[in-house]
Design a protein around this ligand. Structure first.
Ligand code: FAS
Ligand code: PHB
Length: 394
């Protein structure tokens, strides 16, 4: 098999990159290890920055998002039973976010790819990237029980944190930066109407809780739990009781309950691999970086990477101009490190470290009081949460 760009991974990064390259007449093949049902069902992110929504619309993949997505103009911070709203448009010059699940973004992009008859191979596992430092890289992969090779001009490693692409960067050229947090998120989907019309981030002495949603009838909720927690070790009642405690307010607000239909535990990690390019191999999304989900940045960073990458590959393929490719890693890493900074800030602001001292708890309250009482502090949070505009996106 031969193509111009071999894309490993059909998550948001790989699927959107394929969509953008198709729009720029750059042919590509997507190799996805899992089957379509798994990719479309895997519960992950839920918040799209303004720039992400704009990219999806410009790529012709935003119609259902505009019909079914929910525009949110703020979030609520909750602590000590008090509620503090952070408004987005008034603090960012008009920006908001869209609640539209990653699963739905992937479904829309997969449907478009298949409708256009473009190559997207499910159950095709990339085994290795070879020749990344040459001008004839290739991807060795297994599909339908047979090993094959995809010859290409460029490889886009969009295969997530556990993929194979990153391993093709020689250890002597790899720099990794990592912070593991001693807690995780127990995430649940519930057939219960959301108990608030915006997201609620709660700091509590028992631990963090997040109230999010997927639709007017489906809630998405998260609890901070010890790292390594088995999702099956909590009963539904225990989950609801703990959410009630951590989301409590003094004004009679009630949490609506319902059947829990899905649950999973996500470890909390900050991770960056530098550089994001080695020869003809480009890394994008979780293959290059991981942020703790407290800042709702993971999916949005993947989008920012592939917008930059699509523009760079198009210039290289159609005009032989490699300047944008040469700048790819540095361009992405500026945004990546700002997202790492924000996600780390939100995580340490709201989670209870297992070795926290009374000073730590009191300092968190002071940090939250600063946001509650200072417009500039709220503006910093709103600006980072809604995300900086992306260059060149209409
Ligand atoms: P992805 O991991 O989404 O996609 C990589 C794809 O590559 C997968 O489909 C995988 O099957 C495939 N692949 C891997 N190895 C391969 C191989 N060898 N050959 C072929 N294909 C291969 N972010 C948020 O903002 N909010 C959240 O609440 C949130 N929750 C998360 C929960 C979990 C459990 C995880 C793991 C992540 C979560 N994230 C969240 C972050 C998440 O949304 C990522 O940022 C986003 O999926 C990044 O997209 P991709 O870079 O495309 O990587
Ligand atoms: C979600 O809805 O899945 C979600 C929302 C905000 C976050 C993380 C996850 O910070």
């Amino acid at each position: 098999m031969r193509t111009t760009v071999a894309i490993i991974g059909a998550g948001p990064a790989g699927l959107l990159l394929a969509r953008l390259l198709h729009g720029a007449d750059v042919d590509c093949v997507v190799l996805e290890r899992r089957d379509r049902a798994y990719v479309e069902r895997r519960q992950r992110a839920g918040i799209l920055e303004q720039a992400t929504a704009d990219v999806l619309r410009a790529a012709g993949a935003g119609a259902r998002m505009d019909r079914e997505g929910l525009r949110h103009d703020g979030i609520e911070l909750r602590y000590d039973g008090r509620r503090h709203r952070v408004d987005f448009p008034s603090l960012t010059g008009g920006r908001s976010v869209t609640v539209y699940a990653q699963t739905e973004v992937c479904k829309d992009l997969i449907a478009l790819r298949l409708r256009d008859g473009q190559p997207l191979l499910f159950e095709a596992e990339a085994l290795a990237v070879e020749g990344a430092a040459t001008d004839r890289p290739r991807v060795r992969f297994r599909h339908q029980g047979r090993e094959d090779v995809l010859e290409c001009a460029y490889v886009a490693g969009c295969d997530g944190f556990w993929g194979v692409a990153r391993a093709a960067v020689p250890p002597g050229l790899s720099r990794t930066y990592e912070r593991a947090y001693p807690y995780a998120w127990l995430g649940v989907l519930a057939d219960a109407p959301p108990s608030h019309d915006e997201l609620v981030y709660a700091r509590h002495d028992r631990g963090f809780a997040l109230l999010s949603l997927r639709s007017p009838t489906v809630s998405r909720l998260y609890l901070q739990v010890p790292e390594g927690t088995d999702p099956a070790s909590w009963s539904d009642a225990e989950i609801w009781d703990e959410l009630d405690r951590r989301l409590e307010t003094g004004d009679g607000w009630r949490l609506k309950r319902g059947p829990i239909t899905a649950r999973s535990v996500t470890p909390m990690r900050s991770f960056v691999h530098e550089p994001m390019r080695h020869g003809r191999l480009l890394l994008a999304g979780d293959a290059a970086h991981i942020v703790p989900p407290t800042g709702a940045k993971g999916l949005n960073l993947a989008v920012a990477d592939v917008v930059t990458l699509a523009r760079a590959l198009t210039a290289a393929v159609h005009r032989g101009d490699s300047a944008l490719l040469d700048a790819y890693s540095a361009t992405c890493l500026d945004r990546v490190w700002q997202a790492e900074r924000f996600a780390h800030t939100m995580t340490t602001l709201l989670h209870r470290h297992p070795e926290a001292t009374p000073f730590d708890g009191r300092l968190q309250r002071a940090r939250l009081d600063r946001i509650a009482t200072c417009r500039a502090a709220r503006a910093e949070l709103a600006d980072a949460y809604t995300g900086a505009p992306l260059d060149g996106v209409p």
